[in-house]
Every structure is written in structure tokens, then in C-alpha cells.
Ligand binder design. Structure first.
Ligand code: SF4
Ligand code: SF4
Length: 415
């Protein structure tokens, strides 16, 4: 396994980390026999960074991992990463209560890499006001947290603000060859790296969309390369090619995925792709972009929207939904992010009041309100509302999202 160094501590992390959100399942529960076999193999082969979180596998992930590590006597051989769920925090006491429960579930006295989960500007401000910095300082001093970080799904400005707000050891961002300008993007990656943070990458294959069920016109481009690589290998190598990247998380569900990824991780070194390789990836990116429904470049000149619409993420997910054969990943990302399931902030397309302000600001001359109408038609429908209501109950934030029912008059239609 190739290892990369955490700048502030010198600790070595594997280039490939095990994302424990897509473990094999059977009848809606983690298939413990198969998942254990995969974890054992991963750890034996140097994949010793395991990324968990409270909501993964409907709350089963941390308990399963804790039991597995205890039973196999492997706690000291792995680095556990897990996350504080900001949506469950209402007061400072909640933070400690949730953390204590995570230690109990994971059957450990300490967390190696502790993250504030899926931050945006809003959720960061909330946690900050509830004293999360004091909590991190306290738990780091007590040794129950070894390294503090955050995962992120907001806009670039908020990302930089959070990077500068605390002496983090690491952060975690979504990054792949189609997300250079989305969310933290390349600029955020470099910013965090320059600030001395290790950068963990999630969604290197965009929820698997860059790896499986690839459109024929994209496969034709990959097939032109003299070097034979699977689309997954191209995608992962592109991320590892960045020297600023520390560890790439892959949410693996099968032994085949695991063994393939371990093999690639060995020589997915920084700056190892040739100019020809990079040209092929550029061509694939351009081809994907041709199939975008909205020619949004993510420049953000249209933001902020007075009605609260996150125009950029609406178009990002709408484009992804139409670019890939399986658009469900994009749809669920939209629901989680734009319906406030992570931070309580509503920013879905049908909040648009058609004021026209953004239209004037767009250098691409996009008729933004008109495109948002298309997004709303596709995504903001009764099925979405019901899902959001159920998810809100599960996450304990139903009061925050009840507004989606009160806004029925404008929901999905022009006011
Ligand atoms: S037209 Fe809609 S999206 Fe654009 S600024 Fe006005 S409310 Fe926001
Ligand atoms: S101004 Fe236009 S191109 Fe820029 S982010 Fe907004 S919609 Fe996209």
C-alpha cells in the first residue's frame, strides 16, 4: 500500500481508505460475514483507515465496526474516522452525549480522526455557536480525539472560512474529475493543503457513476487509450495524481472492488499520470459536459439568491442526474443538501420567486429561473416531500423541515 503523510503530525495514512457506508447488505442489514471478510482483507493489505458515521447503514455502521474490531482484536491496527452529526445537536451537552455514545458503539476509548459531518456555512456557524471548538480542544487534550477535522458539502467561500476557523489536522471533501469547480473543488483542495491540512477525498467516482454503467460514447474515448484501465481506475488515478490529496475513500461493497482498488492504490502516485493520460481524461470530462442540461460553470456570480435557492447545487445535481445512466445518486444528494437534511437550510429549486436578479448576473446568459423550473419539475415532487418528511423524523429534525409542507402553494410551480 502507498502511504501519504499528514502534514501536521507526520502520521502515515494509506492512499486508499475504506468508506464504510456501502458495506454489503442482506435483507436491509449489514451482511456481517461478508463485510467482516472484506474488512479483514483490507486491513491485512494496508487499508487501515476506516471511515464511519452515525447515519451509515441506518445507524448500524458504528456498532458493527466496534464489534468487528473487538472480536478480531484489531483496534490497534486501524485508524477509525467517524463524525459528529450536526443535525442532532441542539445544545452544547448534545455534542458530548453523542460523542460518548459513539465511543460506546465503537467499543473504543478514542477516535483517531473525528470529523464534524457534512458541514456547510450554516451548520458550521451553529456548531461554533454551541461551543464545538471548546469540545474539540477538551477532547484532544484528554486524548479521546487524536485528530480533528470536518467533512464538507457547501460552497468554496464557506470552506475557506472553516479551514481558517480552527487548527484542524484534516478535512474531507468531494473531489473527482467532474467536480473540479463544485463545492470545495481544486481551489479548496489547494487552499486546505497550503494551510497544512491532510485532505481526505470522498466520492472519487461520484457515487460510482464514473465507474459502472458507462455510456457508450464515453467508453469509446477510454478505449482509445494505449493503456488499458477500467473507468474506475482512471477516476481514482486522477484523484491520486494530485500531491495535495492524502487518502481517497472508496465505499466498497464487493471483494472485487476492494482487490482492484488495493492494486491501483499501490502505484497511483502523485504526478504519475502522463500528458496523454490527462488528455484522455479531459476528453471524457468534455464529453460528459456535452450532455449537461444546463451550461452552468459554477462561477457563482448569481449567488446569493434572495429566496435562498442554492442555484449552483440545483444545477450541479440536475446535470449529474441527466449525465449518468443511474441518476439516483444525484437525486439523493439534492434531497439531502437542498432540503436541509444536513444543516436545516432549505435551498431547493421551487423556492425561486422569479425575481430575475440572478439572470442579469449570469455571464453564461442562462435563463436561471426557467431552468430552475425544470429542476423543480424533476426533483421537487410529492415523492420527494414524503421522503424528506420520513428522513426528517429519522434524523430528529422534522420540525425544521415542516416548512416544505406549509409552502405547498409555491412548491413545484410558479407563484
Ligand atoms: S430569479 Fe429565482 S433563483 Fe434567481 S435570484 Fe430570483 S428568486 Fe433567486
Ligand atoms: S452565474 Fe450562471 S454560470 Fe455562474 S453559477 Fe450562476 S448559473 Fe452558473
Amino acid at each position: 500500500m502507498q502511504y501519504r503523510t499528514v502534514p501536521k503530525t507526520g502520521e502515515k495514512l494509506p492512499a486508499l481508505g475504506f468508506g464504510a457506508m456501502r458495506l454489503p447488505e442482506k435483507a436491509g442489514r449489514i451482511n456481517e460475514a461478508k463485510a467482516s471478510e472484506m474488512l479483514r482483507y483490507a486491513i491485512e493489505n494496508g487499508v487501515n483507515y476506516i471511515d464511519a458515521a452515525v447515519p451509515y447503514h441506518k445507524g448500524q455502521c458504528e456498532s458493527f465496526l466496534g464489534n468487528f474490531l473487538l472480536k478480531e482484536g484489531l483496534r490497534d491496527k486501524v485508524l477509525i474516522a467517524t463524525k459528529l452529526p450536526p443535525w442532532s445537536v441542539r445544545n452544547p451537552e448534545d455534542i458530548t452525549r453523542l460523542f460518548d455514545k459513539q465511543l460506546t458503539d465503537l467499543k473504543t476509548d478514542y477516535i483517531d480522526y473525528y470529523l464534524l459531518h457534512s458541514l456547510s456555512g450554516e451548520s458550521w456557524h451553529k456548531l461554533d455557536s454551541l461551543g464545538v471548538k471548546d469540545f474539540l480542544n477538551r477532547e484532544k487534550a484528554s486524548g479521546r480525539i487524536k485528530n480533528a477535522g470536518f467533512s464538507f458539502h457547501g460552497d468554496r467561500e464557506s470552506f475557506k472560512e472553516i479551514v481558517d476557523a480552527y487548527p484542524w489536522e484534516f478535512c474531507q471533501i468531494q473531489y473527482n474529475y467532474l467536480d473540479e469547480i463544485n463545492q470545495a473543488g481544486t481551489e479548496g483542495l489547494r487552499y486546505a493543503s497550503k494551510a497544512g491540512l491532510a485532505v481526505i477525498i470522498m466520492e472519487p467516482l461520484r457515487g460510482g457513476n464514473l465507474a459502472g454503467d458507462i455510456p457508450e460514447n464515453i467508453m469509446e474515448i477510454w478505449d482509445k487509450s494505449k493503456i488499458r484501465r477500467s473507468p474506475a481506475e482512471w477516476g481514482l488515478r486522477w484523484v491520486w495524481n494530485h500531491p495535495e490529496v492524502t487518502t481517497v475513500l472508496s465505499g466498497m461493497s464487493t471483494m472485487d472492488q476492494l482487490t482492484e482498488n488495493i492494486k491501483i492504490a499501490d502505484d497511483g502516485l502523485p504526478d504519475s499520470l502522463s500528458q496523454d493520460d490527462l488528455r484522455i481524461i479531459d476528453e471524457v470530462r468534455d464529453k460528459y459536459k456535452e450532455t449537461m442540461k444546463v451550461g452552468c460553470t459554477g462561477c457563482r456570480y448569481c449567488m446569493p439568491c434572495p429566496a435562498g435557492v442554492d442555484i449552483v447545487s440545483c444545477f450541479e445535481y440536475y446535470n449529474s442526474y441527466h449525465m449518468f445512466k443511474n441518476g439516483n445518486w444525484a437525486k439523493w444528494q439534492y434531497v439531502f443538501r437542498n432540503y436541509g437534511l444536513m444543516d436545516g437550510k432549505m435551498s431547493y429549486a421551487s423556492l425561486c420567486t422569479d425575481c430575475g436578479r440572478c439572470r442579469k448576473a449570469c455571464p453564461q446568459h442562462l435563463d436561471i429561473p426557467l431552468f430552475l423550473k425544470d429542476v423543480a419539475k424533476e426533483f421537487d415532487n410529492p415523492k420527494t416531500r414524503i421522503f424528506v418528511a420520513i428522513a426528517g423524523l429519522y434524523l430528529g429534525i422534522s420540525s425544521k423541515i415542516s416548512g416544505i409542507f406549509r409552502k405547498k402553494k409555491t412548491f413545484g410551480e410558479r407563484p
